[in-house]
Design a protein around this ligand. Structure first.
Ligand code: PLP
Length: 236
């Protein structure tokens, strides 16, 4: 099967999972993770109908984006270095990996300078995995309170990366806990928390489970584009 065939299959599998979970059709958006793949492969997905694309590294994105149609919506999903923030612009639809104060401040400064507001998700390390980026669940409330006076950053929800190669039940539990964290945070009345809607969770091996547990964005790379030659999942 080629990229457009795989794209259709993934879209159908998302739709079936939505149905199983009793969620409206179209409530979950597919983010095509294009890291390590070239403009031709991205364009094949674009031609199939895909518009949202996720990149891990700012420099790789900068090299690729000029070769692609202007209505591509780009998402930054990898650990974002503060010294790379200056390269971001209005093509960035959503930053999934806001995980620390210095990055919040760098985004504020760059946003003021460029006259942009960055839509962003807080990356949460649900499983407490030491090797992973992300705020601990108990840090989220204070982070949101601090972010409330950063007018150039608009926090829309949460993102998590599940444990690598964990059994399905364990993944499901991680996704469920991210959803509960969002619901509890909204209920706490922290400034800005009422607008927390997005849940970016689930990848190639577990996106259907994530949809069943409330994902609004699933991030799928290898199932759509094929195996990557190297795995650079955490870096920006
Ligand atoms: C690479 C990556 C993905 C996609 O992973 P696949 O298993 O290839 O679908 C999703 N999210 C993040 C943060 C990634 O780095």
């Amino acid at each position: 099967m080629d990229i457009s065939g795989r794209w259709r299959t993934i879209k159908e599998r998302i739709a079936s999972a939505e149905k199983r979970a009793g969620r409206p059709t179209g409530s979950v958006s597919l983010l095509a993770v294009t890291k390590t793949f070239g403009p031709e492969e991205v364009l094949a997905a674009y031609k199939a109908g895909q518009r949202d694309f996720g990149e891990n590294r700012v420099q790789e994105w900068q090299g690729k984006a000029p070769f692609l149609p202007e209505d591509c919506r780009w998402h930054i999903i990898g650990r974002l270095q503060t010294n790379k923030v200056k390269y971001l612009d209005e093509r960035v639809r959503l930053i999934h990996s806001l995980d620390r104060f210095p990055l919040l401040q760098a985004l504020q400064t760059a946003g003021e300078k460029k006259g942009l507001i960055w839509p962003a998700l807080l990356e949460v390390n649900i499983a407490g995995d030491e090797a992973k980026a992300g705020l601990a669940p108990e840090e989220v409330g204070d982070f949101l309170t601090a972010a409330a006076d950063h007018s150039a950053v608009d926090i829309r929800g949460f993102m998590t990366i599940g444990p690598f190669a964990a059994p399905e039940a364990e993944m499901r539990e991680v996704f469920r806990r991210l959803r509960l964290l969002r619901d509890e945070t909204r209920a706490r009345g922290i400034p800005g928390a009422a607008g927390l809607d997005a849940l970016s969770m689930g990848m190639s091996r577990d996106f259907e489970t994530a949809v069943e547990e409330g994902a609004t964005i699933v991030r799928v790379g290898s199932l759509l584009f094929g195996e990557r030659r190297q795995d650079d999942r955490e870096e920006a």
